[in-house]
Design a protein around this ligand. Structure first.
Ligand code: AP5
Ligand code: MG
Length: 215
């Protein structure tokens, strides 16, 4: 199964991709996580993309398409969830070509809708485990034991460099201008479904499960 989770920054793509990964044995392909890992590696490419991400702008299509093509290649046919990709019409077109060349089919494109004020609140309160990447929120999703990651027991948590008000403004603008135009692209193909991303995390997960279960 191949699923795209679409939605603005803070919509809950990463949170729900992790749920789907566990429940359906799919692999989460988050271009944001890939780019952050590249940034951490300190490579020349990593330094270049980290600087762009920190401002809140999108990284160029050619870098992203090469990155995702390589990761899909390495999955050798296993199902996956695309989290944060595609984000522009050329990326959506490149994905179509990539899947066609491999004889793969896109099953579901799920748009998560969330009010802008809620997005800003979610991003401002987000932190994640420095070791396994599990994502939390100061109020909506705290670890079961304060200061201890539910997933791996680590005590180290981090906040993202681009989760500051200036970068968030640019990320939201990039979503409106560059990413929202891919919604009609998928609507025309008849693959687009919407879920109410304002609901709590479990309810959003249930809405997504109904779609992937074909209901
Ligand atoms: P990326 O890492 O993809 O960031 P983003 O799209 O801005 O989305 P976020 O990761 O901020 O939000 P999310 O939807 O995953 O929400 P989350 O589940 O964490 O991209 C970062 C940057 O990389 C881009 O700006 C760009 O520079 C570059 N990039 C990446 N992909 C690219 C591409 N394809 N092309 C070009 N450039 C690219 O949830 C947020 C918070 O809310 C968490 O604290 C969570 O606990 C909480 N939460 C989640 N769901 C709920 C709920 N239902 N109710 C209450 N709280 C909730
Ligand atoms: Mg994310």
């Amino acid at each position: 199964m191949i699923v795209i989770l679409l939605g603005p920054p803070g919509a809950g793509k990463g949170t729900q991709a992790k749920r789907l990964e566990e429940k359906y044995r799919l692999v989460q392909l988050s271009t944001g996580d890939m780019l952050r890992a590249e940034g951490k590696s300190g490579s020349a490419l990593g330094r270049k993309v980290q600087a762009i991400m920190d401002t809140g702008q999108l990284v160029s299509d050619d870098i992203i398409i090469a990155l995702i093509a390589d990761r899909i290649d390495r999955l050798a046919g296993q199902g996956f969830i695309l989290d944060g990709f595609p984000r522009t019409v050329p990326q959506a077109e490149a994905l179509d070509r990539l899947l066609r060349d491999k004889g793969l089919k896109l099953d579901h494109v799920i748009e998560m809708t969330v009010d802008e004020a809620a997005l800003i609140d979610r991003i401002a309160g987000r932190f994640s485990c420095a070791k396994c990447g599990a994502s939390y929120h100061d109020r909506h999703h705290r670890p079961k034991v304060d200061g201890v990651c539910d997933g791996c027991g680590s005590h180290d948590f981090v906040r993202r460099a681009d989760d500051n008000p200036e970068a968030v403004k640019i990320r939201l603008e990039a979503y409106r201008r560059q990413t929202a135009p891919i919604l009609p692209y998928y609507r025309k193909k008849g693959t687009l479904r919407q879920v109410d991303g304002m609901a709590d995390i479990d309810s959003v997960a249930r809405q997504i499960e109904e779609i992937v279960n074909g209901q």
